[in-house]
Write a new protein. Structure first.
Lengths: 551, 101
């Protein structure tokens, strides 16, 4: 993991003390809310429906056990004993008092964490594949480049007041688990014909009220030029992005309006001007950062572990959990373990302080002290030896974290919705709870197979509803909550925006509607077809006919 | 016949902790909607908002606004579900309480 040097720590500590003084001046009336709001947002502090909310960045989704314990401490000391993992590898605390916020940030700084640039029209927390550094299909660890981006983009003087917020995601593997095509910039590591590694650069993706899939503007960027190329993109956007209209200010609108070819031309022209300046890091600094991600020294493990194989053969529940909640590790004798934060009937992504502390203990015991945060609002233990899997599964089960549903229908992505969020137009979490209860039978969920449900409580789409296989968007219709269904979205390497299936469903009927979609798929599917395969083959019509048959 | 004006009360978030508060009598802000003073017409609502503006200037509350309410047997009830959730808290069970080890 990256560790702060003296400069990093001083910078974060200074920001805490600056904010402490700003809060004091606000509470004493020296600053108005108009003056104070941009300052608190720069420190990740929002004012939501019921209280202030603190959004803490988890850079590229990597946490150490002490960091997770400190998040538990913050949940207990300053909040109500729990936190909420978001779709951007952040954690949100929903009940922070303004007067406590500087102390909470100081406690974060003690474990090299912060909430900087988790709001505002700046470059936000750079996200990555949650399996970075351990995935069997990975070309190179993307976190090296994420950390370079984090350092480059932190209080970047030119890019702190962009036309709108700006999100970058990086994957080092061909199977995209970081949803890079729905980010302002998506970077996909791959090899060129000469076997060199570099990035496919995609620009102009995003969800919200105008969902767009990012366009490739450069098929191969040598990795040593990453920062200068990003700087060129940001410069083009900063100059030409729409500042006249909040709803047209994201880079996706610029790319859409001028076209990918023109965007590429402008970026290349800008890059030609700046590529030989000092923005790109010298090789020694790249190597210094890369050293932090060199990977642990794994104890040699046999690839075949008889007691593990015996447990798998004899325990159906364990075998089922292995199928969905573990992934192939690059290191023989190891597995990547997903912790489901989606037990039936619980708010997706919520985790209690007690659970955080227990997960930190398990990470130290079984995962070399490391935890990852997935944008699907689950956690990951990235370095588990096969011989430990059965014991870990039992421990997770006791904590309510071993629901065998990763990637299945009850592994629902949901934003906080109107239960917490000041922007929401409808609730998300209660709908997710009801759907997960409806599909709580794991045998049924496994039979349905890979199927994602994403729920957003407003058009801002924090629940990524556009790219759920089934997407639900909560809307207000004459003072009542309704939910619009989209089908066919996906967030992976073949990212697509789902299509609206028809008129919205009331809160009372929307769970039945989801079940109708599932039943229609089950009735139509051919051997081996996943939901998306069937949907692609048969189109919307059979689903529409079933959903609206009574009307 | 003109429709009678809906009752309105003034709500805001308390500056120091963000709590949802309602303007009560004697410029007192309460976390309980039952303590709110209701305006029966637009003139009364404007007068209450003027009181709220002073509380903003005095760094007590943030972003006050008027909301429509109805009075029934149980007291004042916000017209919109957004404001009902603000008044009652999240509609979901407190997560930590539900999972406390």
């Amino acid at each position: 993991m990256y560790l702060y040097d003296e400069f990093d720590q001083r910078f974060v500590d200074q920001r805490v003390e600056q904010f402490r003084d700003q809060v004091r001046r606000r509470l004493e009336g020296e600053l108005s809310e108009d003056e104070f709001k941009p300052l608190r947002l720069m420190n990740g502090l929002y004012l939501q429906l019921h209280a202030y909310m603190l959004r803490v960045a988890i850079p590229y989704g990597t946490l150490s056990a002490p960091q997770l314990r400190q998040l538990a401490l913050i949940a207990r000391k300053y909040d109500r004993g729990y936190g909420h993992f978001t779709t951007r590898q952040n954690i949100q605390f929903n009940w922070i008092k303004l007067e406590d916020a500087p102390d909470a940030l100081a406690d974060l700084a003690r474990v090299q964490m912060h909430a900087l640039q988790t709001s505002g029209n700046c470059i936000r927390n750079t996200t990555a594949d949650q399996y970075a550094g351990v995935a069997a299909d990975e070309i190179e660890d993307p976190r090296i480049y994420c950390e370079m981006i984090r350092q480059w983009s932190s209080i970047h003087p030119e890019f702190s007041f962009l036309p709108r917020k700006f999100k970058i995601a990086v994957t080092g593997a061909p199977n995209d688990r970081a949803a890079v095509r729905v980010h302002d910039i998506g970077l996909r590591m791959h090899r060129n014909g000469e076997g060199e590694t570099g990035f496919e650069v995609m620009v102009g993706g995003g969800l919200g009220r105008t969902p767009m899939i990012a366009k490739t503007i450069r098929k191969f960027l040598p990795k040593q030029h990453l920062l200068s190329y990003l700087e060129a993109i940001l410069r083009v956007y900063n100059l030409a992005g729409r500042r006249d209209n909040l709803y047209k200010a994201r880079i996706k609108i610029l790319v859409h309006e001028i076209g990918a070819a023109e965007m590429a031309r402008r970026v290349e022209a800008e890059w030609a001007e700046i590529r030989d300046t000092a923005v790109d890091l010298p090789a020694a600094e790249v190597a210094r950062i890369a050293d932090f991600f060199a990977g642990p020294a794994y104890a040699p493990q046999p690839a075949f572990v008889p007691e593990f194989e015996a447990a798998r053969r004899s325990g159906a529940d364990f075998a089922r959990w292995l199928r969905t909640n573990t992934a192939a590790h690059k290191q023989p004798g190891h597995a990547i373990v997903n912790l489901s934060l989606k037990p039936a009937g619980k708010p997706p992504g919520d985790v209690s302080a007690a659970q955080m502390e227990a997960i930190a203990d398990l990470a130290e015991r079984y995962s070399l002290g490391e935890i990852r945060v997935a944008h699907e609002q689950n956690l990951v233990l990235p370095h588990v030896a096969l011989r430990d899997l059965h014991a870990l599964w039992q421990a997770l089960d006791a904590l309510g974290l071993a629901t065998a549903n990763i990637g299945l229908i009850s592994d629902i992505i949901a934003c906080p919705g109107m239960d917490y969020c000041a922007l929401a137009t409808a609730r998300s979490i209660p709908i997710a709870q009801r759907i997960s209860e409806r599909f709580h039978d794991l045998a049924r969920a496994h039979d349905i197979g890979g199927l994602t449900i994403n729920i957003s409580g407003c058009i801002n789409a924090c629940g990524h509803h556009h790219v759920g296989h089934i997407g639900l968007l909560g809307v207000d219709k004459a003072g009542e909550e309704f939910y619009q269904l989209t089908l066919g979205g996906r967030a992976d390497q073949d990212a697509a925006v789902g299509a609206i299936i028809g008129p919205a469903f009331s809160s009372d009927t929307v769970v039945d509607a989801v079940e109708t979609v599932v039943d229609t798929y089950l009735a139509l599917r051919r051997q081996g077809e996943r939901f998306l395969d069937t949907y692609r083959r048969v189109g919307q019509t059979p689903f529409k006919e079933k959903l609206y048959a009574a009307h | 016949m003109a429709k009678p004006a809906a009752l309105q009360i003034i709500t805001a978030n308390r500056l120091r902790d963000g709590a949802v508060v309602y303007l009560g009598p004697d410029t007192h802000w309460s976390t309980r909607i039952s303590q709110a003073v209701a305006a029966a017409d637009e003139d009364q609502a404007r007068a209450l908002l003027a009181v709220a503006a002073r509380a903003v200037a005095e760094a007590q509350v943030v972003a006050p606004y008027a909301i429509a309410v109805a009075r029934d047997a149980s007291g004042l009830r916000p017209a919109s579900y957004r404001e009902r959730i603000r008044a009652a808290g999240p509609s979901i069970a407190a997560f930590a309480a539900a999972t406390a080890a």
